[in-house]
Design a protein around this ligand. Structure first.
Ligand SMILES: C[S@@+](CC[C@H](N)C(=O)[O-])C[C@H]1O[C@@H](n2cnc3c(N)ncnc32)[C@H](O)[C@@H]1O
Length: 204
């Protein structure tokens, strides 16, 4: 088991420590099969857990984010963070914080950041994946698009992880749950792990 960087739990992000540890363990297992891809790097917290798992096998995680924030990160919204506003543009830009964090965690050689919209990358993607972690846009359309665009690249035996899956609508938005249910009902995935709002499924 890796020793997690001391400042990891204090980094900006939305994962619990138990969810982070589960991402690490799944990435450690999956990266023996092939590369890992994350949608939604934000400030790098989840990326670092995934990269630490990859590092055990000398592998990498691709992580996609346009770094302009999701709907809920915009000015006036519930998860807006004023520290992430670029003073030159007046808009959210999480890339500088992401770079600072992955450098301080010492995992730059295990991470390939892709600064783009998820769909732009998916349209040209050709590499089979051992793990896909979906934590990008949380609207129904964004979550469905990510599920449809990326789950098809999973190798048999690979893992699909989805964050913010809430059974009760009062606990949180239902889009991640909708794609989780879609994956289960497709008959192509079995539940593997469940920690807080993180669900990990295995591709049959
Ligand atoms: C909930 S945050 C990710 C949190 C991160 N996984 C963590 O646990 O630390 C969602 C991120 O997805 C990004 N995002 C939203 N829609 C996107 C899209 N269509 N393409 C690329 N990135 C997107 C946002 O910029 C935001 O940084």
């Amino acid at each position: 088991m890796a020793k997690f960087p001391e400042n990891l739990s204090a980094m900006k992000g939305f994962l619990s420590a138990d969810e982070g540890e589960t991402l690490y363990k799944t990435a450690e297992m999956a990266s023996k099969l092939g590369p890992i891809l994350e949608i939604g790097s934000y400030c790098g917290k989840s990326t670092i857990y995934l990269a630490l798992g990859c590092r055990e096998n000398n592998k990498i995680v691709f992580t996609i984010d346009h770094h302009k924030g999701s709907e809920e990160h915009q000015i006036g919204d519930s998860f807006h963070d004023t520290d992430l506003v670029n003073p030159q543009t007046g808009e959210i830009d999480s890339f500088a914080e992401f770079r600072k964090n992955i450098s301080s965690a010492g995992v730059e050689d295990n991470i390939v950041p892709i600064v783009a919209k998820s769909t732009v990358v998916a349209n040209v993607w050709q590499i089979p994946l051992a793990m896909v972690f979906i934590d990008g846009g949380h609207s129904l359309q964004a979550a469905l698009t990510d599920y449809r665009s990326w789950s098809k690249f999973l190798l048999r035996g690979g893992f699909l992880a989805i964050h913010d899956v809430f059974e009760a609508p009062e606990k949180g938005g239902q889009a991640p749950r909708a794609i989780h249910d879609l994956a289960i009902n497709s008959g192509l995935f079995l539940p593997h792990m469940e920690v807080d709002s993180l669900r990990v499924l295995q591709r049959l």
